[in-house]
Every structure is written in structure tokens, then in C-alpha cells.
Design a protein around this ligand. Structure first.
Ligand SMILES: [Mg+2]
Length: 264
């Protein structure tokens, strides 16, 4: 399946977008930093009536800040395991059906698995954002470390053999016992907000770049990759429908601009 250029997006497709979920690292963010163009694009989409949902593998604690400060309806964290939303009183709260006690116990088990992985593959480090995580433990493969792809796959296989599910983004490998992903996390979020997920998800848009976005590329009705998605196509059973000319935050802004042009 070939990736289509943004110019091939139809006005009908653009007008159908009520919800847009987006990845953070290397999609909205440029190597971890939020650029002016990308942040302006978020505000323009929100002003254009699009409900925005950040969907990241980053920690629950980061998503709380996004939900509090950015023009979004919600922020999904840790690859779908939890989401932060604003309630009717204006307070931002996390949704997690699992108790704090069980979360603490599970993280201890995941840290033990991470220790075994790091003992076998010393080039892999713990990610520096684990302090803000609630449901998973993350390993640095591309943020401050450069770990070869075959080592990443071997580390994931070891973690799986020890009982963890794994996700790989462009920067991290995540170890978790949760069954969620960005697509099921989005569906759970819209249900909690009182909408019918079965009708929302097939009509919602998603923008992403790498392997942990694969479930969303397969589930959402309208999908976009930023240009750097091309380097991750081998990890995407279903590729995005459209691709932006530019990488990361500039690519996100191109997608937003095209959507808004066609809707006006
Ligand atoms: Mg990403």
C-alpha cells in the first residue's frame, strides 16, 4: 500500500474529522521539544472545532500537564493505559481502573524484568522519565542511547519471555502488564466521556510516526504519518493513509493546515 500525499485528501474526508488523536514524540514534538508551528497548529485545530486528544507512550505525569495546559480534550499516556481529562468542575483527573496498590506491585515486577533485560543488554538504559510513570517501565533505546534495531528486538523478546508486553516507539521500549494500546485507550476514553466508541473511532483521525502507533493506524478511520514514518514502515502492518512532506512538528503543522483549508 502506498502512502498518499496530503494533496490527495478530499474535502469530504477533512470535514468528517470531529476527533483527532496525535502522538507526541517525533510527531508533534521535534526530538522532544514542542515547536511554535506545531503548538500553533494545535490551537488552530481546536479553534476549528476539532476535539484533540494527545496519545503518547510518555508517562501519566507528563499527560497530566498536557491535559491541564494544552488545548486538548484529553491526554492518553503510557500507550493507552491511562488518560487525563477535565471533569465538569474543571478539575483534571486520571482514569485508571486499577488500584494504586496493584500499580505499585506491578511496577516492582516490571522493574525486575527491566533489570534482567539491562543485565543482558548493557547498552540499554532505563528511560529518564520512569519517575512519572504509573503503569509501565520504559527503556531508553533512542533518546539518550542509540541501540541497534536487532538488539531492541532481542531485548523485547527477552522481556516477553519474562511475561511483559512490549511496545517500541522511536525513543523507548515500554514494558507493561496492561492490555491496552493507543487505539483501545482512545476507545475507552470516548466511552468514558459518554460517546459511542463504535461510531467515533472509525471516523476519528490519528497522526503518528512509529511502531507504538501501529494499533491506531489500523483502527482509526483517517490516518496520517509525518514524513519520518517512512523509516518505521516495516513495523506498521497497516501504514498511515496519508503522509506529510516534512518531518515531525513541521509535518504535523502541514497536516493541520491541509485539514483546516479543506474544512473552510
Ligand atoms: Mg512517536
Amino acid at each position: 500500500m502506498t502512502l498518499r500525499a496530503l494533496s490527495e485528501l478530499s474535502a469530504e474526508q477533512a470535514r468528517s474529522v470531529e476527533w483527532l488523536a496525535f502522538d507526541l514524540d517525533d510527531t508533534l514534538l521535534d526530538h522532544g521539544r514542542l515547536g511554535l508551528e506545531a503548538f500553533a497548529a494545535l490551537h488552530a485545530l481546536a479553534a476549528g472545532g476539532v476535539r484533540l486528544v494527545a496519545a503518547t507512550g510518555r508517562p501519566s505525569g507528563f499527560a497530566e500537564v498536557v491535559a491541564r495546559q494544552w488545548p486538548v480534550t484529553a491526554a492518553i499516556a503510557e500507550n493507552g493505559a491511562v488518560a487525563w481529562t477535565r471533569d465538569e468542575t474543571g478539575r483534571v483527573r486520571v482514569s485508571d481502573d486499577t488500584s494504586d496498590e496493584l500499580r505499585v506491585a506491578r511496577r516492582a515486577e516490571l522493574l525486575a524484568i527491566a533489570a534482567e533485560v539491562r543485565e543482558r543488554f548493557p547498552e540499554i538504559d532505563l528511560a529518564d522519565d520512569n519517575w512519572a510513570r504509573r503503569t509501565d517501565v520504559s527503556l531508553d533505546i533512542g533518546e539518550h542511547r542509540r541501540v541497534p534495531p536487532d538488539t531492541v528486538e532481542a531485548a523485547r523478546a527477552l522481556a516477553s519471555s519474562l511475561g511483559a508486553r512490549t511496545f517500541a516507539s522511536s525513543v523507548h521500549v515500554h514494558l507493561t502488564f496492561d492490555a491496552s494500546d493507543k487505539a483501545t485507550g482512545f476507545a475507552a476514553l470516548v466511552r468514558r466521556l459518554g460517546f459511542d466508541a463504535a461510531s467515533i473511532v472509525p471516523n476519528a483521525a490519528f497522526v503518528g510516526d512509529s511502531g507504538n502507533d501501529a494499533p491506531a493506524f489500523a483502527a482509526f478511520g483517517l490516518t496520517f504519518g509525518v514524513a519520518n514514518v517512512r523509516t518505521h514502515l516495516s513495523k506498521l502492518p497497516v501504514p498511515p493513509m496519508f503522509v506529510s512532506p516534512s518531518e515531525m512538528g513541521t509535518g504535523f503543522a502541514e497536516i493541520a493546515r491541509r485539514l483546516l483549508e479543506l474544512r473552510s
